[in-house]
Design a protein around this ligand. Structure first.
Ligand code: GAL
Length: 329
C-alpha cells in the first residue's frame, strides 16, 4: 500500500487519476491587451477545444488578465488553486517575482506551466512540476538580423537609401525587465555586423512592446534626425507598427522596418508592403505545447513525447523568418 501511495505522488505516476474525464486549467496573462499574448490566448482556446474533441476529456479554461499587476496575478493563482484547478498556466507579470505563486502551487501540489516570460532559474529549479514554454531569444534575434542581411545582400540600395555606404538605424526595445529585450537588441545588431551590413546606430529607446509608445518615440526621432533614418529594428511587431504609424503621419516612405512575433496586424502590414519582415514562432505549436503539458499534468499522465523538454523543464518553440521581399519575388 505504501509503495502504491508513493508512486502516486508524481505527475507521471498518478494512475489513480487516469480515470478523470474532466480537467480544469487556470490561465493568468500578464496583460490581456498585449497583441502577441492575445494571439496566443486565442490559440490556447482553440487547442483546448481540439483536446476535448480528440481525447474526450472535458477541458474547462479559466483565463484571467492580471493587467500588469503582480499582486493581482498572485490573487488569481490563489483563487485558481482554491477553486480546485488541476494545473495553472502563468504568463508572469514580473518574471523575477514568481516565488509567491510557486510557493502556493507547491503547497497545494498543483503543477505550473509558465510561458512567454521566463522565471529565473533559481525559481524554476525549486520543484520538478514547474515547466516553461517559450522561444529562444538569441535565435529570434539572429533570424531578425538575417532578414536584413539577406535583403542587403540582394539589394543594398533598398536599405542604404542615401547611398553613403552605411545603413543608419534606430532600435525600438521591449520592457527592460523582459528576458528577451536585451538579447534581441544585442543579437540582431551582431547578426547585421557578422553578415557584413555596414551599420550606424542613430538612436534607440525602450517602448515597452507598445505601438503607441513606439509611435511617439519615432515621431520625435524623425524630427530630431530628418532624412537620416534608413532602418528601424524593433524588438516586436507592435512597436514596428508604431514606427510605421509615425512614418506614415510624417509622409515618409522607403524606410525599412523589421519586427518580431508574426502577430495578425504584423502579418497584415507585411502583406501590405509596410513591414520588411518578422520572426514568428509557430503559435499553434506554442499553444499546443502549453495545453498538452498542462493536460498531462492535470491527468497525471506521462508528459507528451511530441514536446520534448530541455532539462526536463523547458520547451523551446521553433521560429521562422517571414519576409515581404521573398514573397513578392
Ligand atoms: C515577447 C513578444 C512581445 C510581448 C512580450 C510580452 O515575446 O515579442 O510582443 O508580447 O513577449 O511578454
Amino acid at each position: 500500500m505504501a509503495a502504491v501511495c508513493m508512486a502516486l505522488t508524481s505527475c507521471q505516476g498518478a494512475q489513480a487519476e487516469e480515470e478523470k474525464s474532466s480537467i480544469r486549467i487556470g490561465i493568468s496573462l500578464y496583460r490581456g491587451d498585449d497583441t502577441f499574448i492575445n494571439n496566443i490566448r486565442s490559440q490556447l482556446e482553440e487547442k483546448a477545444k481540439d483536446y476535448e474533441r480528440e481525447r474526450g476529456i472535458k477541458v474547462t479554461l479559466d483565463i484571467q488578465d492580471a493587467k500588469g499587476s503582480q499582486n493581482v496575478q498572485n490573487d488569481q493563482v490563489e483563487r485558481f488553486i482554491s477553486l480546485g484547478c488541476d494545473v495553472v498556466c502563468i504568463n508572469p507579470v514580473d518574471r523575477m517575482d514568481a516565488s509567491q505563486m510557486i510557493d502556493r502551487a507547491m503547497t497545494a501540489g498543483v503543477p505550473v506551466v509558465f510561458f512567454n516570460r521566463q522565471p529565473v532559474e533559481e525559481d524554476m529549479n525549486r520543484w520538478d512540476k514547474l515547466y516553461y514554454v517559450g522561444v529562444d531569444a538569441k535565435e529570434t534575434a539572429v533570424l531578425q538580423g538575417q532578414i536584413v542581411v539577406d535583403l542587403y545582400r540582394r539589394d543594398p540600395g533598398a536599405l542604404d537609401l542615401n547611398g553613403d555606404g552605411v545603413v543608419s538605424y534606430v532600435m525600438l526595445e521591449g520592457e527592460s525587465s523582459h528576458q528577451d529585450s536585451l538579447i534581441r537588441t544585442e543579437w540582431s545588431v551582431q547578426t547585421l555586423k557578422d553578415g557584413g551590413v555596414p551599420i550606424e546606430k542613430i538612436t534607440g529607446g525602450i517602448a515597452n512592446w507598445e505601438r503607441s509608445q513606439a509611435s511617439a518615440m519615432m515621431e520625435q526621432w524623425l524630427l530630431a534626425w530628418p532624412d537620416t533614418i534608413e532602418l528601424v529594428v524593433s524588438n516586436n511587431d507592435d512597436m514596428a507598427l508604431g514606427a510605421i504609424d509615425a512614418l506614415e503621419r510624417a509622409g515618409i516612405s522607403g524606410v525599412g522596418v523589421v519586427g518580431i512575433d508574426g502577430t495578425i496586424p504584423g502579418m497584415e502590414a507585411l502583406e501590405g508592403g509596410k513591414l520588411l519582415g518578422t520572426v514568428s514562432a509557430n503559435k499553434e505549436v506554442y499553444a499546443a505545447a502549453v495545453m498538452e503539458l498542462a493536460a498531462s499534468c492535470a491527468l497525471g499522465q506521462e508528459l507528451p513525447g511530441a514536446y520534448p523538454l530541455t532539462e526536463g523543464t523547458y520547451y523551446w518553440v521553433l521560429q521562422e523568418m517571414i519576409t515581404a521581399f521573398e514573397e513578392n519575388q
